[in-house]
Design a binder for this molecule. Structure first.
Ligand code: AMP
Ligand code: ZN
Length: 114
């Protein structure tokens, strides 16, 4: 039996719809389905790896994800600041095991995060 593709791989394949806001050859940015801020965009590598630490083995692709997040932040007018979050592992609340950055902005952020 062929293993089912992960949710974000299915979004990359166009099998699951998403509100795409920007993309590059290596990365895709789309709105989180359950937004926690006026801007809540997920930025993912096209490569399937479990988390951002694993993506660090592919330095150019890691840089591309961060660069795309910064570009989306600029496009969304987040001049006052934004937060990039990479939940890693179950205790941190990671639910989708395909590397992703949450780009959050458009409101005051609390610190520390819960
Ligand atoms: P994490 O909990 O850090 O793994 O983040 C996974 C994120 O994916 C959550 O914020 C979810 O709201 C989001 N999510 C789940 N399904 C979808 C979907 N179909 N389209 C967009 N975002 C999604
Ligand atoms: Zn995947």
């Amino acid at each position: 039996m062929i293993a089912p593709m992960c949710l974000f791989c299915r979004i990359l394949e166009g099998e699951v719809p998403a509100q795409v806001v920007a993309q590059t050859e290596a990365s895709l940015a789309f709105r989180d389905i359950d937004g926690k801020a006026p801007t809540h965009v997920l930025v993912i590598p096209r490569r399937h790896v479990q988390n951002l630490a694993e993506l660090a083995e592919y330095a150019a692709e890691l840089a591309d994800v961060v660069g795309l997040a910064a570009r989306v932040a600029q496009d969304e007018g987040l001049d006052l600041g934004y937060r990039l979050v990479a939940n890693t592992g179950s205790q941190a609340g990671q639910t989708v095991h395909h590397a992703h950055l949450h780009l959050l902005g458009g409101r005051e952020m609390t610190w520390p995060p819960g």
